[in-house]
Design a protein around this ligand. Structure first.
Ligand SMILES: Cc1ncc(COP(=O)(O)O)c(C=O)c1O
Length: 385
């Protein structure tokens, strides 16, 4: 494990003014704003005000972002659609499931984030048996999954990293279970893409959705990404198609002709132009810093945090070693989260609380001093509150 951040990671911290005097451990909620994001937004809005909105420029930014996202996950841009939200992407896939034949079922995580849970639950109304896997050690254990999957399983949906617990799914095992019965695998990468390497897992994934407002660093909302396995492109009906789904979007404003794109952009939604401007900058920052340097530093930060919390006798949620990630959950032991978060905030430390745990999320802009500051403050706080 690397003991120092690479120079690109170390220098990138300067991009985040917030970090000059405070500690930000809340990327699992929203990414931290950086200087170049602020200046890109400011100049786009200044130009909009002075000369009118340049939406062609924003569409170019969206395409550049699509390409950057594809490189980050190890895919082709032709396999990536632009989506407004993870729930919309799951909804598009869920809508493909019409009336269920006898025994057909979908298998989902019981405590999954709702955007990757509610869309599948709707399908009970169409006759599908929706089987929920209870979490063990903070997420889905492949044995528990296998026990619920059978020849009638059409889809398995889960997060690559669980929001509340930081449990990293064993996607290789999940894919093996799915391919054994021919089920699709829908993965929510909102807490993983940008923070850890997804490329090795991609061949076993049919759909990978991610929003941009966490580890991809832009919190404008209204834009995200959906990887669709190429061999499924023709099978999925682009039910949300509009002008953006056209072969040439700017020539697709009106019927009666409908010529949809041959690539995954046939699943594009109209996205937020402002968010596209921001995503272009944020994804290029991630690429400039270097995804592999980021992943390596995130692993070091997480291991250091776990050790520091153990040394300070702050207990953490027990997640199997192979499933640990850059998100660490510390059980609040029934404490009201509000005073704990307020105490930390008054020490200049930002975290969040989810599902009875303090959630500490790390990204490359954190350093070892942040961890020391949190650990000292938290050990004191857990005694007093
Ligand atoms: C795991 C996960 N998925 C998805 C989302 C966002 O979903 P949506 O894009 O549907 O708002 C979040 C948090 O905002 C999340 O933590």
């Amino acid at each position: 494990m690397t003991s120092e951040p690479s120079s690109s990671v170390r220098l990138a911290r300067e991009e985040f003014p917030f970090l000059a005097d405070r500690v930000y451990l809340n990327t699992a909620a929203v990414g931290l704003g950086c200087r170049r994001l602020a200046s890109a937004y400011k100049s786009f809005i200044d130009e909009w005000t002075a000369d009118g909105l340049d939406f062609v420029r924003a569409e170019r930014a969206a395409d550049a972002s699509r390409a950057a996202f594809a490189r980050i996950i190890g895919a082709s841009p032709d396999d990536v659609a632009l989506i407004p939200a993870v729930s919309a992407a799951a909804g598009l896939v869920a809508a493909q499931f019409t009336g269920a034949a006898a025994g057909e079922n979908l298998v989902i995580g019981a405590q999954e984030y709702s955007s990757n849970h509610f869309p599948w639950r709707q399908l009970a109304a169409r006759g599908y048996d929706i089987r929920q896997v209870p979490f063990r050690g903070g997420g889905i254990d492949p044995d528990d999954l296998a026990a619920r999957v059978d020849g009638g399983t059409r889809l398995i949906a889960l997060s690559a990293v669980q929001t509340a617990t930081g449990h990293r799914s064993d996607l290789a095992a999940v894919s093996a279970i799915a391919s054994g019965v021919g089920a699709w695998v829908f993965v929510d990468g909102s807490q993983s893409v940008g923070a850890l390497d997804m490329a090795a897992d991609l061949p076993g994934i049919d759909f990978l959705a991610a929003s941009d407002h966490k580890f991809l660093l832009n919190a404008a909302r209204g834009m995200g990404y959906l990887y669709v396995r190429q061999s499924l492109r023709e099978q999925i009906l682009p039910l949300g198609a509009g002008w953006k789904a056209g072969a040439v979007p700017f020539e697709s404003f009106f019927g009666p002709r409908m010529e949809l794109s041959d690539t995954a952009s046939r699943f594009d939604s109209s996205i937020s132009w402002l968010a596209a401007i921001g995503d272009e900058v944020c994804l290029s920052l991630l690429e400039q810093v270097g995804p592999s340097d980021i992943y390596a530093w995130n692993r070091t930060l997480a291991a250091t945090l776990r050790q520091a919390l153990a040394d300070a006798s702050v207990s953490v949620l027990q997640v199997p070693a192979a499933n640990q990630s850059h998100i660490v959950a510390a059980p609040l032991g029934g404490r009201d989260p509000a005073p704990v978060l307020a105490r930390l905030r008054s020490s200049g430390i930002i975290c969040s609380a989810r599902d009875g745990n303090l959630r500490i999320s790390l990204h490359f802009y954190n350093n070892l001093a942040d961890i020391e500051r949190l650990t000292t403050a938290l050990a004191r706080c857990m005694k007093d509150v």
